[in-house]
Design a protein. Structure first.
Length: 103
């Protein structure tokens, strides 16, 4: 599968780590993975939100599956990506993180 990772980036301190972990897991399972957090790290300072989203949608368009990171519902961009994926009939996967006792 060609999988696009979607989740909160704006206002999230650990997004690079979360996207990287998901990418490693999905790649190890034999999938081709598109990581917008990594791609966006190459964009120049001053890039606008909408410009980042153009890059994200270009990557999403290549995929056939979207992998929604936990907490994606709180992200405006991830909601836009989810809607696109639903409209295109993509397979939708959701991250299920292990909970520690007491969480």
């Amino acid at each position: 599968m060609k999988i696009y990772i979607s989740g909160a980036i704006t206002g999230t301190d650990d997004y690079m780590e979360r996207f990287r972990e998901a990418e490693e897991k999905l790649t190890a399972a034999g999938h081709q993975v598109y990581n917008p957090a990594y791609a966006n790290s190459f964009m120049p300072e001053g890039t606008t939100y909408e410009e980042y989203m153009k890059v994200a949608f270009t990557l999403l368009e290549i995929a056939d599956t979207i992998y929604m990171l936990e907490g994606w519902q709180d992200s405006r961009g991830a909601n836009r990506e989810y809607g696109y994926a639903v409209a295109k009939g993509y397979t939708i996967m959701e991250e299920r993180r292990q909970r520690r006792k007491g969480d």
